[in-house]
Design a protein around this ligand. Structure first.
Ligand SMILES: NC(=O)C1=CN([C@@H]2O[C@H](COP(=O)(O)OP(=O)(O)OC[C@H]3O[C@@H](n4cnc5c(N)ncnc54)[C@H](O)[C@@H]3O)[C@@H](O)[C@H]2O)C=CC1
Ligand SMILES: O=C(CO)COP(=O)(O)O
Length: 332
């Protein structure tokens, strides 16, 4: 099978950037937006002013408000915020044709159910072949054509290979994997850890603390990935370590900048006020905390962030607590 027409569900920054990638890769692209203003803005000026200002969209991209307009697409990229993945896929179910693969491009764990996005897909569109696209990739950079590399995971190797070739574009390099769980876990947890890095930055704790959070955070991410049935080597790839390094290192990240604001003394409400864009770490932190308890996985940094976001501790107490944990072997 050769893919020719891609449907992108969700015209936030990342959905719009991925529409650019698919168009540059030679596909015709139908981008579905929830907001009429986004449809109008792209139709009138070829720009998604609300979520990805300053980037002129490729001619091959058409925009629609209707999921029904994606019914004739032969591959679907699902890019809503993770907490809306279930409702989005449920709404799309009547338009999905059997066998059309769904590539999950969102990063998070569903609150309440503690499910990964592949679980949500299996429950809402059980006949859809699943793939996961995740890695270090800021939407603005990707949309402008700057180079990036991501993990593309698909249990069906032949389909994965086809999707890899289909989506590769100048400057956009998908690397294949078969381990969907490993590919998903890193992307969900790195957002929580990026908030911790932002806190450290906001408090002026220095570069050494920053590197310690990334490294010990990576240990947390790996433990959870393996506990859920993923492979450590997948978590060590672009979708895990790679994305952790990116997201923890730039205030371009919504998650890191949320942590930065909290570290500089803002409340959670102040830091999130007026924001239309999603900080997935804020959304997933309670689920990560519950999952860690359920699976018996030690994740002190992630849990500390979850407690702070829930108003159960202060930034100062969080730092004191983490620094006074018992000393231990690094590999444990
Ligand atoms: N922005 C980026 O650089 C990257 C984002 N991602 C992931 O992509 C996913 C989407 O994020 P962005 O595109 O950045 O979003 P965004 O923050 O730019 O925009 C918010 C999105 O949420 C949607 N939305 C709001 N309420 C909704 C509802 N009730 N149901 C469905 N959708 C609703 C809006 O339509 C909009 O598409 C997230 O999981 C994010 O982690 C992944 C890689 C890069
Ligand atoms: O996932 C991302 C980069 O890979 C985007 O990070 P933020 O959601 O923190 O902006």
């Amino acid at each position: 099978m050769q893919f020719k027409r891609a449907g992108v569900i969700g015209a936030g920054a990342w959905g719009t950037a991925l529409a650019q990638v698919a168009a540059r890769a030679g596909l015709d692209v139908v981008l579905q937006a929830r907001e009429t203003e986004v449809v109008d803005s792209i139709n009138a000026r070829r720009v998604n002013e609300a979520f990805l200002p300053g980037v002129t969209l490729e001619d091959r991209i058409s925009v629609t408000g209707e999921l029904a307009d994606l019914a004739d697409c032969d591959v679907i990229l699902a890019v809503p915020p993770a907490q809306h993945m279930r409702s989005t896929l449920t709404a799309f179910a009547t338009h999905h044709r059997a066998g059309v693969p769904i590539m999950l491009c969102s990063k998070g764990i569903e609150r309440g159910t503690l499910k990964l996005m592949t679980d949500v897909l299996a429950e809402t569109l059980p006949d859809a072949p699943a793939a996961v696209l995740s890695g270090p990739s800021f939407a603005g950079e990707v949309a402008r054509g700057l180079p990036s590399a991501v993990t593309l995971a698909c249990a069906d190797e032949a389909l994965g290979e086809e999707l890899m070739w289909t989506l590769s574009a100048p400057g956009f390099r998908p690397y294949l994997a078969t381990d969907l769980i490993g590919a998903e876990v890193g992307g969900a947890i790195k957002n929580v850890l990026a908030i911790a890095c932002g806190l450290s930055e906001g408090k002026g704790l220095g570069r050494s603390a920053h590197a310690a959070i990334i490294t010990r955070g990576f240990a947390e991410m790996t433990r959870m990935g393996v506990a859920l049935g993923g492979q450590a080597e997948t978590v060590a790839g672009l979708c895990g370590l790679g994305d952790l390094v990116l997201t923890c290192s730039s205030p371009q990240s919504r998650n890191m900048s949320l942590g930065l604001a909290l570290g500089q003394g803002q409340t959670v409400e102040q830091a999130l006020a007026g924001k239309r864009s999603v900080a997935e770490g804020y959304e997933s932190a309670p689920a990560v905390r519950e999952l860690a308890a359920r699976m018996g996985v030690e994740m002190p940094i992630s849990l500390a962030v979850a407690a702070l976001l829930a108003g159960e501790t202060t930034v100062e107490a969080l730092i004191d607590n983490l620094l006074s944990r018992p000393l231990r072997a690094e590999r444990d």
